[in-house]
Design a protein around this ligand. Structure first.
Ligand SMILES: [Zn+2]
Ligand SMILES: [Zn+2]
Length: 290
């Protein structure tokens, strides 16, 4: 399967000259199976451009599956600008573990309230099916199986483990890797004790896309915000025995230069602990075959 990143930024889009290298759009990752099943994780602002590509590739329509990790604004902000919603012959399955007394359909309707948007959901021409998903389940699609687990984030946030028979990856954002923060640098033992279930969930995947919103030095003032730092993510990936780690969901205050620095700090730490885990910073437009 192939994975393409359409948005790698957390919290709010930050387009501009200082974010050209890693991109300014919020989370959206496309998964492409061998027989071209369309599978999208998260509807951040990155999904808009993906919609344009799909309209061009499938002028007669197709079926699209969209899986939402959660409905915080940065993960759904692009949905209403995903033009397949407004086209006949498209079928869209929207999967979410929406919480707080609202279904995902309620949330889409709320986004289209006249205070926020000029038209109502009646304008959608695609056939849309809303699906509720839950943690600790296994869902089967044509080409993929998807396992779910609760993240360390606001209630209802899910992490996904996607397998296609041969390969696997885990998508874990927004997720805070807990540990004893009285130490300057996180300790492996503390990471294991506080995240055992999530580590087992990701065990052995070929690729781990993990929340690394902060550099370690900036995490100290954001403990409890539901996001991780680059060093705890490395130790998490190491404990889960994953092969590759992608840094993801960058703090909007970070420009390209800061993310470069975070990447250097990450690889330095990997060398220091003599870990063979391969680590890459994700960026908008990056496509990988796994
Ligand atoms: Zn987020
Ligand atoms: Zn969130």
């Amino acid at each position: 399967m192939k994975i393409k990143f359409w948005g790698t930024r957390g919290s709010i889009p930050v387009p501009g000259l200082s974010t050209v290298k890693y991109g300014g759009n919020t989370p959206c990752v496309q998964v492409i199976s061998k027989n071209k099943e369309i599978f999208i994780i998260d509807g951040g602002t990155g999904i808009r451009a993906l919609g344009e590509e799909l309209l061009e590739k499938y002028p007669d329509g197709t079926t699209i599956n969209i899986l939402l990790s959660h409905t915080h604004w940065d993960h759904i902000q692009g949905l209403l600008f995903f033009r397949p919603f407004y086209k006949k012959n498209f079928k869209i399955n929207l999967y979410s573990n929406a919480m707080n007394g609202m279904t995902i359909e309620d949330i889409i309707k709320a986004q289209m309230h006249p205070s926020f948007f000029p038209v109502s959901p009646d304008i959608f021409e695609a056939e849309i099916e809303y699906h509720r998903i839950h943690p600790n389940e296994n869902y089967s699609f044509k080409n993929f199986s998807v396992k779910t687990i609760n993240a360390h984030h606001s209630a209802g946030t899910l992490c996904f483990r996607v397998e296609d028979g041969g390969t696997s990856f885990a998508y874990m954002t927004d997720n805070e890797i807990y540990y004893n923060t009285t130490f300057e640098v996180p300790k492996k033992e503390s990471i294991y004790q506080n995240n055992e279930e999530l580590i087992k969930f990701a065990e052995g995947v070929e690729y781990l896309i993990h929340d690394t919103t902060y550099r370690l030095k900036d995490y100290k003032t954001h403990v409890g915000w539901g996001h991780s730092n680059n060093i705890s993510a490395v130790l998490f990936g190491h404990l889960a025995k994953v092969k590759n780690l992608f840094l993801f969901h960058y703090e909007p205050l970070y420009n390209d230069e800061t993310i470069d620095k975070m990447y250097v700090e990450t690889t330095d730490f990997l060398n220091e602990i003599e870990c063979t885990l391969n680590c890459e910073p994700s960026y908008e437009g990056l496509e990988i075959t796994i």
